[in-house]
Ligand binder design. Structure first.
Ligand SMILES: [Zn+2]
Ligand SMILES: [Zn+2]
Length: 293
């Protein structure tokens, strides 16, 4: 998906940009087609050749991509070989995408959001896969959304974060809230602590027990989960209604997130951005690439 935002449309472009094996790229493209996110269209008849086009629901994931980019830039501790300069074409300024409330346009912090359970709330069914977790080691080092994908791309880590954002902080409670297996939960909790997304404190009055808390870096993941929640409510709605009802306390309105331009505070649309990519390799020279999604 990241490659798509940076202009990849053809199979060999996805392979080159991701550095992944052809079989992996082919499998993931098929999966995106099955989920109505991409369509395969012929761009040449003789010989017959295809490219991939994002559907409306795929393009609706653009705010999530921007929220991820914002987090990665702010919090990733790893040096990244890839740098991107985004320009908001309507105001022509170099822009940093910021998560704001659609109603009052203030930057969103989870501290200003209250929530209640909606009609469509349900517990996610626990399914287990023996497949080893995909890590970022595979492929090249030219991935922009490296650290954030390792966290948000992991179903269990995301469920743990959901619990923490709803004020659930102790091991046993998180276990009940997520329906995870004990070993997977302790595994993910220690990984999230290592990543400095979480930290632990002693439970007051009970020194044998600890609580998990979100660091500032962890709190920074909130807008990404909001974009996912809104996308899910729109494209994969539960028949009963939304699972979660959020209110922005600063304006009192139902919370809707928008990724806004740091220069002009208007929404950054997929059609309104251009980018410049810089890859610095070990010798320190640069390969430029630019375009628009
Ligand atoms: Zn607001
Ligand atoms: Zn702007």
């Amino acid at each position: 998906m990241e490659s798509y935002w940076f202009g990849a449309r053809r199979f060999d472009e996805f392979c080159r940009q991701t550095g992944l094996l052809k079989t992996v790229v082919s499998d993931r493209l098929k999966r995106l087609i099955r989920n109505d996110c991409l369509v395969k269209v012929a761009y040449s008849e003789k010989p017959r050749r295809f490219e991939y086009k994002g559907t409306e629901q795929f393009l609706d994931l653009f705010p999530m991509a921007l929220a991820m980019l914002h987090w990665e830039r702010k919090w990733s501790q790893k040096p990244n070989a890839l740098e991107v300069k985004l320009t908001h074409t309507p105001c022509r300024a170099a822009t940093e995408p910021l998560p704001v409330c659609k109603s009052c346009r203030a930057e969103i912090s989870p501290r200003d959001v209250s929530w209640k359970v909606g009609p469509g709330v349900g517990q996610m069914e626990a399914t287990y896969s023996r497949r080893r977790r995909q890590t970022a080691e595979s492929g090249s080092n030219t991935k922009l959304l490296d650290e954030v994908i390792r966290i948000v791309g992991d179903r269990w880590a995301t469920l743990i974060l959901r619990s923490l954002f709803s004020g659930i902080n102790q091991f046993q409670e998180i276990l009940e809230d997520t329906g995870m297996a004990t070993n997977i939960l302790s595994d993910r909790l220690s990984e999230l602590c290592q990543e400095r997304v979480l930290y632990t404190v002693d439970v007051p009055g009970d020194s044998r027990r600890i609580e998990y808390k979100l660091t500032e870096k962890g709190i920074g993941i909130y807008p990404i989960l909001l974009t996912l929640l809104e996308w899910g409510d729109k494209w994969r709605p539960a028949p009963e209604g939304p699972p979660l009802l959020l209110t922005h306390n600063l304006c009192g309105k139902p919370l809707k997130i928008e990724m806004a331009c740091s220069a002009c505070n208007k929404e950054i649309l997929v059609t309104d951005t251009s980018f410049e990519l810089k890859i610095s390799n070990s010798r320190g020279d640069n390969n430029g690439k630019s375009g628009s999604a």
